[in-house]
Design a protein around this ligand. Structure first.
Ligand SMILES: Nc1ncnc2c1ncn2[C@@H]1O[C@H](COP(=O)(O)OP(=O)(O)O)[C@@H](O)[C@H]1O
Ligand SMILES: [Mg+2]
Length: 292
């Protein structure tokens, strides 16, 4: 069976500097893959490469297939038709992703009209109110005339989720969607995403630097560092049988309520694992990069 998204031997360089090296992973329809790694490990570059939103300074190798289509070979126009329609995305900072001088009703309506130009005004309005209901914005009929600054940070992220899902995409890429939010709001947004993912049978690429957050939503997890995939497996394999020292250090570094704050966080291993080291299948579906 072919996967919904298949990233195969993806490498990205910025002017000869490699930032993603030989990265392969796949996501099936309706599946949640968590992509984890510390800041600077190449997670956002990977998502931007999939969406073809990297600037011209980036050179890309490898293949990216979505629903059987080779994305790099699409024309810019075809890619625009796909982005926001079949593949939607939400990012870390909800304020910058919204237009501050446009009502949220208008912004969601534009997202609908761009991809479904045949709809009547009434249908667009119904769809946008339904979308705001789905993300639990109270009184959407009244609030659609409000501007982004009239909403809280958590509500703005809900609005962006509504906008991302309004055209019923098959894949949602969520890049650190809760990182800018405080902890209680973060938990609400996570559970909302989880509910919507199930309800719509959505495939989700959930990106975070925080393994504990990823564990709450992903069924499979991929760990990367310095552009290199170090380990991938089911959530339980990664959590209960981490194979790579770096994964173990991420687990050790995850703050918990019971942590002894007088102790320093576990130090990250100094040894580098490179993309030319082999990935070994330690258990069915559990891949670990081993240093030679
Ligand atoms: N447009 C760019 N030009 C040059 N370097 C970039 C650009 N975007 C990202 N990088 C570099 O690529 C590396 C990976 O970045 P990024 O994917 O944003 O990391 P993450 O999302 O995992 O925190 C970083 O070293 C970053 O500085
Ligand atoms: Mg990032």
């Amino acid at each position: 069976m072919s996967h919904l998204l298949e990233v195969d031997h993806l490498s990205v360089r910025f002017r000869e500097r490699p930032v993603v090296s030989n990265l392969s992973f796949a996501i099936d329809s309706g599946e949640v893959l968590g992509l984890v790694g510390e800041s600077g490990s190449g997670k956002s570059v990977t998502s931007l490469a999939i969406l073809r939103l990297l600037d011209a300074a980036a050179s890309i190798e490898g293949s990216i297939r979505f629903a059987g289509t080779d994305l790099p070979s699409l024309s810019p126009r075809e890619m625009r038709g796909l982005r926001g329609r079949k593949i939607a995305m939400i990012f870390q900072e909800p304020m910058t992703a919204l237009n501050p001088v446009m009502t949220i009703g208008r912004q969601i309506a534009e997202a609908i009209e761009t991809h479904q130009p045949g709809l009547k005004r009434r249908q667009v309005r119904d769809a946008l109110i339904e979308a705001l209901h789905a993300v639990a914005i109270p009184e959407p009929e009244r609030r659609l005339r409000d501007y982004p600054h009239q909403f809280s940070g958590g509500q703005r992220q809900r609005i962006l989720i509504a906008m991302a899902l309004v055209n019923r995409p098959q894949l949602l890429i969520a890049d650190e969607p809760t990182t800018a939010l405080d902890v209680t709001v973060q938990a609400q947004i996570l559970s909302l995403l989880k509910d919507l993912q199930r309800q719509f049978g959505l495939a989700l690429l959930f990106i975070s630097h925080d393994l504990a957050v990823v564990a709450q939503i992903a069924s499979r997890v991929a760990v990367m560092r310095h552009g290199v995939l170090l380990e991938s497996g089911t959530r339980d394999q990664i959590f209960f049988h981490p194979g790579h020292a770096y994964t173990r250090s991420l687990l050790g570094a995850a703050p918990t309520l019971t942590i002894d704050r007088s102790q320093p966080l576990a130090a990250l291993p100094a040894a580098e694992t490179s993309a030319s080291d082999p990935l070994v299948e330690e258990a069915p579906g559990h891949w670990v990069r081993v240093s030679r």
